[in-house]
Design a protein around this ligand. Sequence first.
Ligand SMILES: Nc1ncnc2c1ncn2[C@@H]1O[C@H](COP(=O)(O)OP(=O)(O)OP(=O)(O)O)[C@@H](O)[C@H]1O
Ligand SMILES: [Mg+2]
Length: 182
Amino acid sequence: MTITELLGNELIIGPRIEPSSLLVYLVKYEGSDHILKVSRKNDLFDLDQMKTEQRILEACEDLKGITHLVKKYDLSKSEDYETALLKEYVAGSDLARKQRPLLPHLKEELKRTILRLHQRRVAGLELTPENVVVSSDEREVKIVDFGSGSIFSQEQENELKYWVERDYFNLQCLVKRMQRTF
Ligand SMILES: Nc1ncnc2c1ncn2[C@@H]1O[C@H](COP(=O)(O)OP(=O)(O)OP(=O)(O)O)[C@@H](O)[C@H]1O
Ligand SMILES: [Mg+2]
């Protein structure tokens, strides 16, 4: 069964967004654009990424600066797919497609978002240009992919500290990389 056959009752499935390791589609839900991320059956990498992303999005549903979870779908009865996450869509462009230095207010906003995630003990974010989207009016910046993050428990204080530092290091690299592409 195709994704359209499985979810076509309530979603209009649009184009697949490339490149993406999981199946990521632009879809219409209740008349507006959303993102649908689908995991394939028997693909441990997919399943792991989706579980992580779901947990983080559920723990951060009120957090500013990230895309939020709208709905989960259990597709385990199908032959090819396991789960799907419907998420808010940020109309704009990811930094990989932008090729322009990050404006100072967006850099500050991104830093604040990362701090808020760290306060929730979420770290180890994959802060690559592909995973950060800037809105078309350049007023907003959002982290859209949480497949590689983790939520660290109270017992994992050292790991959390390590990944917090790594996130800030990766943020600096991201900002430098955007300056170089100009
Ligand atoms: N909420 C969103 N709004 C706008 N664009 C998005 C959104 N989510 C994803 N995208 C676009 O789709 C691309 C792929 O999505 P995403 O990064 O979530 O998948 P992925 O990299 O395949 O996942 P993973 O890293 O978990 O394997 C992003 O690089 C971005 O261009
Ligand atoms: Mg990604």
